[in-house]
Design a protein around this ligand. Structure first.
Ligand SMILES: Nc1ncnc2c1ncn2[C@@H]1O[C@H](COP(=O)(O)OP(=O)(O)OP(=O)(O)O)[C@@H](O)[C@H]1O
Ligand SMILES: [Mg+2]
Length: 405
């Protein structure tokens, strides 16, 4: 459980404590070490159980609670204190931080705020030489043209990553109209993205995980809505929350984007650590790759995350050379995937991922090596650092008709 944060909570208000607990209990990254209803006992509880995080809900008696925060800082300096209050009064926040709190959250606690706070605490530990694994790696798979191989790449990459017992991997099909990730995995899911998006404020992590369909290779799938008319029910904000929740539960999230570059696709691009931009070596593809890169350059933090994947290398004579492609796109090619139509189409038609259907095939081996290269890539940036609002404006400004959701 080396990647788990151990947490102790104190809140004299039973119902509030229960609701915080149920939020925390669903998180795989959290181990609830101890709970306490009295401020006066909590310092001893922390001293005995040595949690990584002490969550102090201060509404019961703010002064007493803040004294406790000060005492915790002195007696248990390795325990990061997270203060929760229904007040967002600036002076109270200041007092809490001066008392030694590392984070301050306002009640009712929003799950993404809690995740953000836990992530920052976790990052600080890493900065101090703690060798806990990093958080979730979000991989957005985008394409330069329809049929370029985005879903083949996303599904098979997800399955390969899921082979590693250290990983837990989920794939979200964001091609909301015509996505076919479920076909590649031969599954008939009980729930889709629309169910999860509509209930995102009510879901805890256990329910969320149950809403996904687990493939025998270990990959969890959250498919696109069944009914076309349900697509409008998924707002970019909902999707942001869904991705936030999944990030806390899985080590890897693979997002199969549509070619519409809609508002939901943009959320995925922004929240990703890596954007795999899939292209082929023909003119229409490369032209679109250039256009996409130009738009990404207008959005803070996006262009740097892009990795160019050239698919179906060797497809036909007369393809544009890799060197020329690199020059045209203005970015080095991260990976080349060989052309192997028969293997690919067989795997898809049988609904069996390449790793099971054709583990020795060159295309499978290339994907395995690519998954490794991605995991080893230490250029992973915190996507939250990217300015979201300004970014959306950039792309929307360029293609207003495509993104108007
Ligand atoms: N490396 C490859 N070699 C040969 N064929 C491939 C390769 N990658 C994908 N294909 C084939 O290309 C076709 C399109 O693939 P896929 O559905 O993954 O593309 P897509 O970009 O997701 O399409 P869409 O735009 O419809 O979402 C499929 O028939 C697939 O088998
Ligand atoms: Mg597709």
């Amino acid at each position: 459980m080396s990647n788990v944060l151990r947490l102790a909570i104190v809140d004299p208000n039973d119902s509030q404590r229960e609701s915080l607990k149920s939020m925390l209990l669903g998180m795989d990254m959290i181990w609830l070490e101890a709970e306490c209803s009295r401020y006066e006992f909590f310092a001893d509880v922390v001293a005995q159980t040595k949690p990584d995080i002490g969550l102090v809900a201060i509404d019961g008696d703010p002064q007493k609670a803040l004294d406790l925060v000060t005492r915790l800082g002195a007696a248990s300096p390795n325990c990061a204190v997270l203060v929760v209050s229904s007040s967002n009064d600036g002076s109270l926040i200041l007092q809490a931080l001066r008392a030694g709190a590392k984070e301050f959250l306002t009640q009712p606690v929003r799950i993404e705020d809690l995740l953000g706070a836990l992530g920052r605490i976790s990052e600080r530990r890493l900065g101090q030489g703690d060798n806990r694994p990093r958080g979730c790696q979000v991989i957005a798979v985008a394409g330069a043209i329809g049929g370029v191989g985005t879903t083949s790449l996303a599904v098979n990459l997800g399955c390969i990553l899921a082979q590693d017992p250290q990983n837990s991997v989920a794939l979200i099909d964001l091609d909301l109209c015509l996505g076919d990730a479920d076909v590649f995995l031969d599954t008939i899911p009980d729930y889709t993205l629309v169910d999860v998006a509509q209930n995102v404020t009510r879901l805890d992590f256990t329910l969320l995980k149950r809403s996904l369909t687990k493939h025998s290779c270990g990959l969890y799938l959250l498919p696109r809505p069944v009914q076309l008319e349900d697509i409008g029910l998924i707002t970019p904000d909902d999707l942001q929350r869904v991705i936030g929740l999944l990030k806390a539960t899985f080590t890897h999230l693979v997002l199969d984007l549509s070619k519409g570059y809609t508002a939901t696709d943009l959320i995925a691009l922004e929240m990703a650590n890596h954007i795999l931009l899939t292209t082929q070596l023909d003119l229409p593809c490369l032209r679109n790759a250039v256009r996409l890169m130009m738009s990404f350059a207008n959005m803070e933090g996006l262009a740097e995350k892009v990795k160019i994947i050239v698919n179906r290398v060797g497809l036909e004579n007369g393809q544009i050379t890799l060197k020329k492609a690199e020059e045209t796109i203005g970015k080095e090619i991260f990976w080349q995937l060989p052309n192997d139509y028969r293997t690919m189409i067989e795997a898809r038609n049988n609904g069996i991922p390449l790793i099971e259907q054709a583990p020795k095939a060159a295309i499978t081996q290339s994907l395995i090596a690519m998954a490794k290269a991605l995991s080893n890539d230490d250029q992973v940036k915190a996507p939250e650092a990217a300015g979201r609002k300004s970014g959306l404006g950039g792309l929307f400004g360029l293609w207003p008709s495509k993104s108007g959701k």
